[in-house]
Design a protein around this ligand. Sequence first.
Ligand SMILES: *Cc1c(COP(=O)(O)O)cnc(C)c1O
Length: 363
Amino acid sequence: MKHNIKITRVQHSRLSEVDFDNIPFGRVFSDHMFVADYHDGQWHNPRIEPFERFTMHPATMALHYGQAIFEGMKASKSKDGEPLLFRPELHSRRLNLSAERMCMPHFPEDLFLEALHALVGLDQAWIPPQAGSALYIRPYMFANDEFIGVKPSQNYKFIIFTGPVGPYYPKPVSLIAEQTYVRAINGGTGEAKAAGNYGGSLLPAKIAQEKGYDQVMWLDGHEFKYIQEVGTMNIFFVLGDTVVTPATDGAILKGITRNSILTILKDKGYKVEERPLAIDEIVEAHQNGQLKEAFGAGTAAVVAHIAKIAYNGKDMDLPPVEDRHVGDMVKAEINGLRACTIEDTRGWVIPVKSVEEVNEAVS
Ligand SMILES: *Cc1c(COP(=O)(O)O)cnc(C)c1O
């Protein structure tokens, strides 16, 4: 099935108001957005419109019961200025897995990809050319029934908007291994990018910050024993000469950055393990001098080094960032692929088709 995406362009671009060398994260939005509406069992009226506010009925179901999911991805420019997407089909598939868990309709993968190409192609001047900068892309879907009964909505809206983001150089983060609250539990919604998961993570993060730490490291909700994630990122450890990340078990979000890092490490011949990882093993590795490195992995930062981890009231300090090699290597590799300074041999980097090409393919 091919779809013609109707396009209404802005009369005046806001681009000249933006300073690409100084972009406040998450507050700058590009000129256009993609919108589609679901009713009567189908997606209707796929269109690109000027980015603007919309009105909502006070009983809009998503606001009451949290039937809402999202994705986060980035477009970059090659060194020659060509706009590029990174593994977009994986984001489409994950959105649909999130939709299944939240009892929402699939959004067709072909339309998701066409919409991305058309939108990013149209607003490609919003992709900052600066190294490490990108156009952040936020696809999301929410329940749009005007009804306060608790049941799956019959109406949904799917939207994609974008906004430029500057290079993200997080300073190494300090963590508390969280022993009171949990992010997710097997059988819950932790594997979905469901809005409510993030609402529930704010209080423990705030408490950690009041204690002087940056973020929480999540442990499993049965025994508070196995490591899950850090904040809203997946987590990797280098123990001796082996890179270890917790196996996805139903409560861990299956990050696309996580997947890319695992693939890059295996291709380069690193010893890599995906398995249950107990916090006690990290304590022991720290005592033996085998805890070489730890980092978070996600689309926004790619890699965020971990400086220390508090557990049972004791701080474990990690080696200086200068002595670490794995995290910086995979970050440079992913950013190099995104800028086409490293050759893409895996088909991860997808050149953006223009709006005209997208719609021409249809007619
Ligand atoms: C989005 C997300 C990640 C990282 O996923 P990426 O696809 O790599 O951006 C990890 N953990 C949580 C909880 C997330 O929401």
